[in-house]
Design a protein around this ligand. Sequence first.
Ligand code: G3P
Length: 225
Amino acid sequence: MSKFDTPIVILNFKTYIESSGANGLNLAKALEIVADETGINMVAGPQTVDIYKIKEETRIPIVAQHIDNVNPGGHTGSNLLECLKESGVDGSLINHSEKRMTLADIDENIKKLNNNDLTSIVCTNNVNTSEAVANFKPDFIAVEPPELIGSGISVSQAEPEVVEGTVKRVKSVNKNIKVLCGAGISTGDDMKAALDLGAEGVLLASGIILSKDPKQALLDLVSKI
Ligand code: G3P
C-alpha cells in the first residue's frame, strides 16, 4: 500500500501545545499504532522543528504544514523545500486557511513538490477555489470552510453541499486529483459522511489533538468506514 492511498486521515498538528515537541512525537506514535491496527493510512503534519525527530522515531508518513516558495539562499525564517525533504517529509500542505498563498506560489509549490516526488495537498475554502486550483494538478485538494475550522461543527454534516460540489467540480477538471474535506471533523459519523459524499479522506486537527485520548479518538474516527 502506498503512503497516500485512500481512504486517508491527515492530522494537521498546527501549533497546539498538545501536538508540539514531546507531545507531537506521542501523537505521531498514536497515528502509527492506529494505522497499523486498522490498515488505514494516517499522515502526520507536525510543526517544522518536530519533523526530523518524528521521522527518526516513527514510520508514519509526514507532511509539512507549509513550504515557502523560495530558492536556497537569503530567506531568513522561511521553510525551504530542499531542507524539509532532507528532514524526511513525504509531501506538504499548501495554502492552508491559516497560511494563505498567492495563486502563483501555489502553482510553483505544486510543481516543485512534484519534481521532488513529494505529495501536494492544496487547501481551499469553497467549491469555486477548489475547481480553480484543480487546474494546477495537485495530488490532493482539501476543502475546508474557514468558519467551521476548530468549531466542532463538521463540514461533512453541516455543509455537505461544499464537499459534494468540490468532488464533482474537481473531478470534472481532473479525475486523478483526490479530494479531502476538513473543518470540525472529529467522529466516526463525520468521517463516514465525508466518504459518503465522495471525499477520499479527511484533514483534521482539534477534534483529535484536544481530545483526552487521541489514540481512541483516531480509532473512533475510522470506526465506521
Ligand atoms: O487542517 C485541518 C484544519 O484546518 C481543520 O481543523 O480543528 O477543525 O479539525 P479542525
